[in-house]
Design a protein around this ligand. Structure first.
Ligand SMILES: Cc1cc2nc3c(=O)[nH]c(=O)nc-3n(C[C@H](O)[C@H](O)[C@H](O)COP(=O)(O)OP(=O)(O)OC[C@H]3O[C@@H](n4cnc5c(N)ncnc54)[C@H](O)[C@@H]3O)c2cc1C
Length: 415
């Protein structure tokens, strides 16, 4: 990378006449999840001269992928947790604070302690926020009684403990919001593993999935798996009055247009939008998500700011850790090229989502995406789902691939 041609020439000649050193480009990455950590590491690797700063409030990141297995008691919570030590050792400057404001016009941002930092470019990867009360009754206080477990952290263990306490003969309800939301297949993986837990430990208990959608990711594969493995799992789609219209954490009630349920455990996956900082800084539009150009991931609303991961409005590419990491790498390369005066080429973006249907049995869905104006669209004829009639050995192999993928994506992000 050459950030100051004069500096380079002077260095080559060994001449001291360049009195003023060129200012070092500084890229600030906001959010140290899958998108942000991968972007920071990729950028530092391809352009070591850039001052890469990663701002993330938590010293330990808790991953959502594989958290459904933790909730079902099949995996240790510690396996989801990652520190930023490797990133620091690689020369990335870590600041464990929250960004409270971004001034795109002046290329600066403010931290929670009111420190102001300037940047040459910024990459935002802040993930999602929950739209409290978008589902009437589902407030932050309600989440303590009806956990969502959709953003990592303590909610995962809360849901695990609550599931373990469900009595035999009890009722569990999982409510799925209308798309778009983080990880389209994750509610159905969760339903599978919760159903497995109940079948094993409380065989008279029942699980009802109340769905605000009629079609969903890997639908035929999930429905076939549930039919053969989990007779006590009932799925009610939107057209079968599955949409939850209101919850009441005080009475424990969940309402649809035709029914009121009072389950022993309610797992409410609520409506979502881009994280608060994206909305507050004007990078998100009226949809609640961030429109970008899928070539450089630069915001269409705030030039100089790039957005990756779940916070983006992207079209066909799902909101997944796989996708966030793929976007992070493409975005980091684009930012390095732009800072070097070059023009990035459109990237080829891939995604694969694995979902466990039972311990050691998984299915998957893969996609390849190309940009079409300001969105990403499916590349026809590429990607696809696992075969519906695949033998058990294929499902077992896919479960091994899922574990290998989790190891790869977390190693790539956190070292
Ligand atoms: C149950 C479940 C299962 C899943 N399974 C899979 C799976 O199998 N495969 C898959 O690919 N994906 C899966 N996902 C989806 C995956 O977790 C997300 O798509 C991924 O985390 C998105 O990455 P991100 O970088 O956009 O956001 P995140 O990983 O959420 O990172 C955002 C980071 O930004 C930080 N942040 C937010 N606001 C600020 C601020 N103001 N200042 C500084 N930092 C801030 C947050 O603290 C956080 O660390 C699953 C999700 C769930 C809920």
């Amino acid at each position: 990378m050459t950030f100051g041609r004069r500096t380079l020439i002077a260095a080559t000649l060994g001449a001291p006449f360049v009195a003023q050193a060129q200012p070092k480009a500084r890229v600030i990455v906001v959010g140290g999840g899958f998108g942000g950590a991968t972007a920071a590491r990729t950028l530092k690797r391809v352009a070591p001269d850039i001052d890469v700063v990663l701002i993330e409030p938590n010293p330990v990141f808790t991953a959502c992928p594989a958290s459904n297995a933790v909730i079902a008691g099949l995996r240790d919570h510690e396996t989801l947790r990652f520190t930023y030590k490797t990133l620091e050792a690689e020369g990335i400057r870590l600041i464990h604070q929250r960004v409270i404001a971004i001034d795109a016009a002046h290329s600066s941002l403010t931290l929670a302690d009111n420190t102001r930092l300037d940047f040459t470019r910024a990459i935002l990867a802040p993930g999602i926020a929950i739209r409290w009360n978008a589902l009437p009754g589902y407030t932050e206080a309600a989440a303590a009684v009806m956990p969502h477990a959709w953003r990592g952290g303590a909610q995962i263990m809360l849901l695990r403990e609550r599931l373990a306490a469900v009595p035999d003969g009890g009722l569990v309800v999982i409510s799925v919001p209308a798309t778009p939301y983080r990880c389209p297949s994750a509610p159905y993986e969760r339903a599978s593993l919760v159903a497995h837990h109940l079948k094993l430990r409380k065989p008279r208990a029942k699980l009802i999935v109340l769905d605000s959608n009629d079609s969903f990711s890997m639908q035929r594969l999930f429905l076939a798996a549930w039919k053969s493995l989990y007779p006590n799992l009932e799925h009610l789609a939107l057209s079968a009055s599955g949409k939850v219209t209101e919850v009441n954490a005080g009475t424990g009630e969940i309402r649809t247009d035709f029914e009121t349920y009072t389950p022993d455990l309610a797992n409410i996956i609520p409506p979502q939008r881009a994280a608060d900082i994206a909305v507050q800084s004007g990078v998100a539009d009226r949809t609640g998500w961030c429109p970008i150009t899928p070539v450089t991931f630069e915001s269409l609303l705030c030039p100089g700011i790039h957005v990756i991961g779940d916070a983006t409005l992207l079209g066909a590419m799902p909101k997944s850790a796989f996708a966030a990491a793929a976007q992070a790498k493409a975005c980091a390369h684009a930012v390095a090229l732009i800072l070097n005066g070059q023009t990035p080429e459109p990237p080829h973006l891939l995604n694969t989502c694995y979902a466990l249907i039972a311990p050691h049995l998984a299915i998957s869905s893969a996609g390849v995406y190309r940009h079409h104006g300001t969105i990403l669209v499916d590349t026809e004829g590429a990607g696809g789902n696992s075969a519906l009639d695949a033998p058990r050995s294929t499902r077992e192999a896919e479960a091994r691939h899922a574990e290998a993928w989790f190891h790869a994506v977390t190693t790539e992000a956190f070292g």
